[in-house]
Design a protein. Structure first.
Lengths: 104, 625, 187
């Protein structure tokens, strides 16, 4: 059981590292998917350990959330691409604290 | 019955309140009606009071009315009480009458200005304060009026406040007169300590009984009051503010700095003449101050280019004459000269204001010229005013008043030859600079074209004042010309009987001399400035010219001695150690603020890294605890 | 059981690592699909066959396909030179450190617990459905609403209005507007 949880943890950390490193928005979304998936894996493992259905039910909900999030996120990415002509995550930084309140 | 004298200052006060509170909502025409109307009604009331006073004979005509007890502290009471006697009546007449004419003139003068309502509010407040000053029964109320006119002078000099030069001039006027006012209030304290009252009548009564003439106390209090008068009347050494006060609109210069406020010092000394008579050395000092000032200001006026500055120095010089008269004990002569001077100086300022306005704000007389044909009415009235100022013999009022002063400065028991010589030299310089001004401005070729002829509202006051400058002198004519003593008879109720009676037949010599001097001055001005020939070498010497032009260097000295050290001190205090601590604290806060705001750079990845690092730290802490 | 788990786990980890370090978007997505498939195997051997099927159908089959659609629509192949610039080896230091620290913490936490080995029981779809629609009914409804919101949001956010001006107007600005010009909204 610990090994399985460890696997889930490693996968999560992989997703996290990918999220922190990549600059392309699409890859960041992919890393988020990896993280969500590993969380679901942990749930299933725990559910099978306690021999209850709760883990699987939780995984279904995680799946639902992930699907909704991916669809909306990709729609937003499309808008971003049409507006900024780039997929750089650093291009959308207008919500920053400007020095002389230039953008308020 | 006597309460209606409260309306004389009360009506302008009421109109000030109306215009100040509601001026934004009422039409300009209504503001003009209210402002001019209130001062005119005050003038009519003054005339009625005057006629009642004259009818009732000498001292019974004095009316006093207590309106309100201002304060009571221990033994001391001060009331708001106004008193009419001959002296205050003369001053009231001049203030309200000349004031009404100037208000009428200002309706057209300020008609394009956006601060129209504000101007008339200030002017009415000024008229009210000045009237309180001259009508006051006790010195505390007089001081209220004194401060009031100082405030209005500041407000009106800096009327066009958007230009910082005007603000400097207004501040300078206020601060310099403040120095005088401080001396005066110390004098009031001194008087109060000794006599426990500030009521003028009881004060003079107790002072003449308690203090011996020539002892220390009356001398000190007289000097203190004198400094107040010197400050307000722009005499030596506090005369530096008046030439700069010309930054205000011309009606302001006419009303405040020619006819009324600057004569408040004359009024104070005349009102407290009993106190001053107890200190003869102070009277001599007043005469010397007057004589010195009139010469210094006269020389300075000879070198100015700005039309209004010439008139400002001329005002200083003429008030020097009044001080000279007060100093030799010629009280009624000084007041007579005050009245005549008010007429012709207000006329000159109003006419100069018209000229400047019609020449598109051109102040330099060397850029004017040839206005004789273009603006005939202004030329004639200006000429009459200038002739009166130069004391053109027999036909102008100025001759009678100035001649009386010159005669008395020699013949009075406290007069002397030197004072007379200073006066006569001053008369020569007066006609010289006056007609220099007239010849350069009105004759010759036109350098700037006037925009249009002045309207009726500007012309009527000029004409009225011009005719007064001619005929008003006939109420006080000297012995050998058919003695007409209407004026001094009026003032005999206030002052001790003057020495106007003894002429000893020598008066005609002096009259002849002053007539020759004034005509001679006009002729010299004609030769030098119209024909442009034969200007003596010393008038052209450049270092001396700059010295005279700058008012004999008073501004320069005061700047070095007083202004710069004070400014340095204020600057040093602004950056002293405590200020540095606070600035340092603010700087540190700002520094950290800037530092922390760099962490909000809007980048997603930066936020996620920080988030993750925070999670790591939190987990570590949670696990080790 | 254990060996299958070890093999599947290794494949999952390796393919995830390959996915996040890849420069080509399509390749990364394909590696991700591989990772999802191996995780589905793990689900199966943990006694959750229904979820294993769901994982393949929904996750690998729908969501990843959605990703691939978007990637192909945006033509990300053109951006590969950016990826060269952005993905330098030096970028891995800080996330690597953070991930390692978290891993250490994770292992430390897991060491505290000791779980006894249990027999794997298969929990089939029927049990899951019973539990879903009896005790977790509200959550199901909420999930439905969430999906509805997701649909509407995705539709609205993804809409582009393109202004199409009649070609006569573009070419000759001085000419009068002929009748018949109109906007075309491209949904």
């Amino acid at each position: 059981m610990e090994i399985q949880l460890l696997l889930a943890g490693i996968l999560f950390l992989t997703g996290l590292a990918g999220f922190l490193v990549r600059r392309n928005i699409i890859f960041m979304l992919m890393s988020i998917e990896i993280m969500l998936n590993s969380a679901g894996l942990a749930f299933i493992i725990a559910g099978s350990h306690w021999m209850q259905t709760d883990g699987q039910v939780m995984f279904i909900f995680i799946l639902t959330v992930s699907a909704a999030e991916v669809s909306v996120g990709l729609a937003l990415i499309l808008q971003m691409y049409h507006h900024y002509r780039t997929l750089d995550a650093d291009a959308i930084n207008k919500l920053r604290d400007s020095k002389d309140n230039e953008n308020i | 019955m006597a309460a209606y004298i409260g309306l004389i200052p009360g009506l302008p006060l009421l109109s000030f309140l109306i215009i100040a509170l509601f001026g934004k909502f009422i039409h300009r025409r209504l503001i003009a009606y209210i402002a001019v109307g209130s001062v005119s009604i005050s003038a009519v009331l003054t005339l009625i009071a005057g006629m009642a006073f004259l009818k009732s004979g000498s001292s019974e005509g004095n009316l006093t009315h207590v309106f309100y007890t201002w304060m009571t502290a221990g033994d001391f009471t001060a009331d708001i009480s106004l008193k009419i006697d001959a002296l205050s009546l003369v001053f009231c007449f001049v203030i309200t009458f000349v004031g009404a004419l100037i208000h009428l003139y200002s309706v057209e003068f300020m008609k394009d200005d956006e601060g129209f309502g504000r101007f008339f509010a200030y002017m009415n407040l000024f008229v009210c304060s000045m009237l309180i000053l001259v009508l006051a029964d006790n010195l505390l109320l007089l001081y209220l009026g004194w401060e009031g006119v100082g405030l209005c002078s500041y407000l009106l000099i800096g009327f066009w406040y958007k230009d910082p030069v005007n603000n400097y001039a207004a501040r300078k006027a206020f601060i310099v007169t403040r120095i005088g006012d401080t001396f005066m209030i110390i004098g009031l304290f001194l008087l109060f300590i000794h006599f426990n009252t500030l009521n003028i009548d009881s004060l003079t009564l107790q002072a003449t009984q308690a203090w011996a003439p020539g002892s220390a106390l009356p001398i000190i209090s007289a000097i203190l009051l004198l400094m107040g008068a010197v400050g307000k009347s722009a005499q030596l050494p506090l005369q530096t503010w008046l030439p700069d006060a010309m930054a205000g609109p011309s009606p302001v210069s006419a009303l405040i700095h020619a006819a009324t406020m600057v004569t408040a010092g004359v009024y104070l000394i005349a009102r407290m003449h009993a106190l001053f008579s107890l200190a003869p050395i102070v009277l001599t000092a007043i005469a010397i101050i007057g004589a010195a000032t009139l010469l210094i200001a006269g020389f300075s006026a000879l070198n100015q280019h700005d039309l209004k500055r010439i008139l400002a120095y001329s005002t200083i010089s003429q008030i020097g004459y009044m001080f000279l008269a007060l100093g030799v004990g010629a009280w009624s002569a000084a007041i007579f000269h005050f009245m005549i001077h008010a007429f012709f100086k207000a006329l000159l300022f109003l006419a100069a204001g018209s000229v400047i306005l019609l020449l598109h704000e051109e102040h330099d007389i060397f850029r004017m010229g040839g206005l004789r044909k273009k603006l005939p009415v202004i030329f004639i009235t200006f000429l009459i005013g200038g002739a009166s100022l130069s004391a053109l013999p027999l036909i102008t009022a100025g001759f009678y008043s100035k001649d009386e002063i010159l005669w008395l400065s020699w013949s009075s028991p406290t007069g002397s030859l030197w004072l007379w010589m200073a006066g006569i030299a001053g008369a020569l310089i007066t006609s010289l600079y006056t007609f220099r001004m007239i010849f350069i401005t009105f004759f010759g070729e036109t350098k700037t074209e006037p925009a249009h002829r002045p309207g009726l509202l500007m012309t009527i006051p000029l004409v009225i004042l011009a005719s007064l400058s001619l005929v008003a002198g006939f109420i006080e004519m000297p012995e050998n010309l058919g003695p007409v003593r209407l004026f001094s008879h009026l003032l005999d109720t206030v002052f001790p009987p003057g020495h106007t009676g003894e002429s000893k037949g020598q008066e005609w010599i002096f009259q002849l001399l002053s007539a020759v001097i004034s005509i001679g001055g006009i002729y010299m001005a004609y030769r030098f400035f119209y024909r442009k020939s034969g200007i003596p070498g010393f008038l052209k010497a450049h270092p001396l010219e700059n010295f005279f032009h700058g008012g004999w260097g008073f501004d320069w000295i005061y700047d070095r001695i007083f202004v710069r050290p004070l400014v340095w001190l204020a600057d040093a205090d602004k950056n002293d150690i405590i200020d540095r601590i606070y600035v340092f604290i603010a700087g540190i806060t700002g520094f950290f603020g800037t530092l922390l705001s760099r962490t909000q750079n809007g980048k997603l990845r930066w936020y996620s890294i920080v988030l993750t690092a925070g999670i790591v730290v939190l987990l570590a802490i949670m696990l080790t605890l | 059981m254990n060996t299958i788990f070890i093999i599947a786990g290794t494949v999952a980890i390796i393919s995830s690592l390959m996915s996040i370090t890849n420069r080509n978007a399509i390749h990364a997505l394909l590696f991700l699909i591989l990772s999802l498939l191996s995780i589905s195997i793990i689900f199966y051997i943990s006694g959750a066959p229904f979820i294993a099927a769901l994982e393949v159908i929904v996750y690998a089959g729908a969501i990843m396909v959605l990703f691939i659609f978007v990637v192909m629509m945006l033509n990300i192949g053109q951006q590969e030179e950016f990826e060269h610039k952005w993905l330098k080896p030096g970028m891995w230091i800080v996330p690597g450190i953070l991930a390692t620290v978290l891993l250490v913490i994770f292992i430390y936490v897991l060491k505290e617990y000791h779980f006894e080995e249990k027999v794997t029981v298969v929990i089939g779809p029927k049990a899951v459905a019973t539990s879903l629609f009896s005790s977790y009914l509200i959550a199901v409804e909420l999930a439905a609403i969430l999906l509805l919101a997701g649909i509407i949001g995705a539709y609205h956010l993804g809409r582009q209005r393109k202004k199409v001006i009649h070609r006569f107007l573009v070419r000759a600005p001085g000419k009068k507007q002929p009748s018949g010009s109109h906007e075309i909204k491209a949904n």
